[in-house]
Design a protein around this ligand. Structure first.
Ligand code: GDP
Ligand code: MG
Length: 699
């Protein structure tokens, strides 16, 4: 008989104690076993062999463990075997009736970047106990093939063998998720990876990301390895030390604890998505809170109430500080104005720069409170639940539950919201989410609504008008997402695990850091942009395009008003506004000032208001310029319907410059930002048209 050519495969059997590892081992290898000790220790090492098709498979039974730390000899043996002996794959045997706990170990094998297969062993008892496990879903979420088995009766073992061969032959076929440990930890992990990646000796022997994680955990063995084998051990260890201190200062806990939390969060999320009916479970405080906060009927009302409170709080408690800032800004204008001689520089600095940038500063208190509230909801673990609650709804519009978080952030500012889409793993999900974020009415649009609502609506109706605008934004986002799902982004949203970390009392320092990180971004992004915009608008309003003869009309004081008005109309800004008017006329907004304001709103949405204020007050040559609210209320052009239409248009049209810039940066090209600019404006026009003409029929 001809000698067959066999291919050799080595696999490691791993799992928690009592998951049925030994039973699986015996069922696979039968009597062909040999027992020895691992070198130097009295831990039993069992090896067995079997032949399957063209393969000779060596099975190594690793010690049963719950984790892979350096604290216990069993765990060290298991992970050193993976690192040093490099088996083709690990079969992680799990007790299907205790999945939640058993999945934790799998996460650590994922970190080790070893190909794996999970067996849901004792599937017979699990079923009898009433567990309903969606194997396909769980497998998708973990990125690992999963085979249900009953090792005692050899059920599922043929499928397991088939899978072993497939995974050994095509290890790259199965893409495992990269687990995110939250922004801060991920950042430190990246940092450590960067300094180790060029160390060939290290990267040849170990998965670099795993090393980085273990350094954050202060893993004694890994530190020893680094000391012995790294080219620059001091640099690496110093950086790791700094990273650990940084994490500790933010969370008030060791990085190791946080990492464990995040892994459990991942496991918990996967478990809750894949295991539908769960019988009696252990009850802890997190779970009791979860029963209420993620309750089928209560969760959404609770969530909307919370958001409503956060939103109202942000603007209610900051009314005082906002007024003070307003006072401060106008005081500064006064002082600077008094110190400078009348003329070019004074007008530029007082009207242009202080007026324009002042708008941003004035808006800072509500933004700070909003970011603080969001930080509390996030750091406590509630936001993860929100994503979980919304998951089902989001799937209906082709998005992932995780898209909820950036979308919620969009109510504050689209720039950090678009950056927050980084938590979405697939590009499709990221872009789909980015495209609809501009419809979430951001904080910068609020001044626009505020001015028009107070000018044209009774105070009893004000709240409802504002509410209708926000709801319209959310509605349009949902409709558009649904349309995209059937056109641009066909196919399923990639499934992946939403972490459910335990509830945690946020630390003051962590909250402040998170609030500040976002606010700084806002100040930097908006501040630079608005400064520039204000200067540009000022120049545009002062560059005259009128023929020379018109410019040098003799100035009669009585005609000063008309003169100013004419000058403005004939400025570059005025020409621009008049150029845009025909486009705005069909939606009832055919006024040149509206044109200029909407155009400059591209710079930042508050600029719509500051522009209108400038234009109205430049026209009004009286000593004390009336507030914009009064000026537009007196303007015969505006009616409540036109005011509402303008609000709708501002809600939906062209995202601001910073949003487009960050979109370009995050998508790495101009395609999506350009598309967004066009489609949002088209939708704004269509909806405004419907609102204006629909409204005209009734009013
Ligand atoms: P180990 O600690 O992971 O090696 O687990 P063992 O293989 O020793 O199994 C623990 C217990 O579970 C033993 O009593 C086995 O008989 C039992 N067991 C193993 N596999 C199965 C199975 O598929 N179904 C059921 N019902 N029991 C099993
Ligand atoms: Mg055993």
């Amino acid at each position: 008989m001809a000698d067959r050519k066999y291919k050799k495969i080595t696999i490691a059997l791993a799992g928690n104690p009592n998951s049925g590892k030994t039973t699986t081992f015996n069922s696979l290898t039968g009597a062909r076993q040999k027992v020895a000790n691992y070198p130097g220790v009295t831990v039993e090492k069992k090896e067995g062999r079997l032949t399957y098709k063209d393969y000779k498979i060596k099975v190594v039974d690793l010690p049963g463990t719950y984790s892979l730390t350096a604290y216990s000899i069993d765990e060290l043996i298991a992970r050193n075997f993976i690192l040093n002996k490099r088996p083709q794959l690990v079969v992680d045997v799990m007790d299907a009736a205790n999945l939640e706990r058993h999945l934790y170990l799998a996460v650590q094998f994922i970190e080790l970047e070893i190909p794996m297969i999970i067996t849901l062993n004792m599937i017979d008892t699990a079923k009898a106990k009433g567990f309903d496990i969606n194997v396909e879903q769980l497998s998708k979420l973990m990125g690992i093939p999963i085979i249900p088995t009953a090792a005692k009766t050899k059920k599922g073992l043929p499928e397991l063998l088939e899978q072993i061969v497939d995974t050994a032959e095509h290890p790259k076929k199965y893409k495992k998720p990269q687990i995110s440990y939250g922004e801060e930890l991920d950042e430190e992990i990246d940092k450590l990876q960067t300094i180790m990646i060029d160390d060939n000796e290290l990267s040849r022997k170990f998965p670099i990301r795993w090393l980085a994680i273990k350094l954050l955990e202060n893993d004694s063995q890994v530190i020893k390895h680094i000391k012995n084998t790294a080219q620059q051990p001091d640099v690496i260890l110093d950086t790791a030390e700094k990273s650990r201190r940084h994490i500790k200062s933010i969370f008030g806990e060791d990085a190791e604890t946080i990492l464990v939390d995040r892994r459990y969060g991942f496991v918990e999320g996967a478990y809750h998505e894949a295991v539908k009916s769960t019988p009696q479970e252990r009850v802890d405080i997190s779970e009791v809170i979860d029963r209420i906060l993620t309750h089928r009927a209560l969760s959404l009302p609770i969530f909307f109430t919370l958001m409503w409170m956060v939103y109202n709080l942000a603007f209610a408690v900051t009314e005082g500080p906002t007024r003070w800032l307003e006072g401060g800004v106008s005081f500064l204008g006064h002082i600077v104005g008094g110190a400078l001689p009348v003329g070019f520089y004074r007008s530029l600095i007082v009207d242009g720069i202080i007026g324009g940038v002042g708008n941003v500063l004035v808006l800072l208190p509500p933004i700070l409170v909003l970011f603080l509230a969001i930080a509390i909801l996030e750091d406590s673990g509630y936001m993860s639940r929100v994503a979980f609650i919304m998951d089902r709804i989001m799937h209906h519009i082709g998005l992932h539950g995780k898209s909820v978080i950036p979308m919620l952030m969009g109510f504050g500012c689209a720039v950090p919201a678009i950056m927050a889409t980084r938590t979405l793993a697939s590009k499709r999900d990221r872009i789909a989410t980015m495209l609809i974020i501009p419809f979430m009415s951001c904080g910068a649009k609020l001044p626009v609504y505020a001015v028009f609502i107070t000018a044209f609506f009774k105070s009893s109706a004000a709240g409802n008008v504002l509410f209708s605008i926000y709801i319209l934004g959310i509605l349009m986002a949902a409709i558009v997402a649904k349309i995209f799902q059937h056109t641009l982004f066909t196919g399923e949203s990639t499934p992946f695990v939403m972490e459910l970390p335990p509830y945690r009392l946020p630390t003051a320092k962590g909250l402040l850091i998170h609030m500040w990180q976002r606010s700084r971004l806002y100040i930097k992004k908006a501040g630079k942009v608005i400064l520039l915009a204000s200067v540009v608008l000022w120049f545009m309003s002062n560059i005259s395009l009128a023929p020379k003869s018109e410019q040098s009309l003799p100035l009669k004081p009585a005609d000063a008003q008309m003169q100013a008005s004419l000058k403005l109309k004939n400025s570059l800004a005025g020409y621009l506004g008049r150029g845009l008017a025909p486009f705005l006329k069909p939606i009832g907004l055919g006024d040149w000032r509206v044109g200029v304001a909407l155009f400059s709103g591209f710079v930042a949405k508050e600029v719509v208001i500051s522009t209108m204020a400038t234009l109205y007050s430049l026209e009004d040559v009286g000593e004390d310029a009336a507030p914009l609210r009064e000026a537009i209320a007196k303007d015969p052009f505006f009616t409540p319907l036109r005011a509402y239409t303008l609000m709708v248009f501002v809600l939906l049209y062209l995202p601001c410059m910073s949003t487009i810039a960050i979109m370009r940066k995050e998508t790495g090209g101009w395609t999506w930002p350009a598309f967004t600019m066009v489609y949002t404006t088209a939708i704004a026009w269509i909806v405004s048209f419907a609102v204006y003409h629909g409204g005209s029929l009734f009013l």
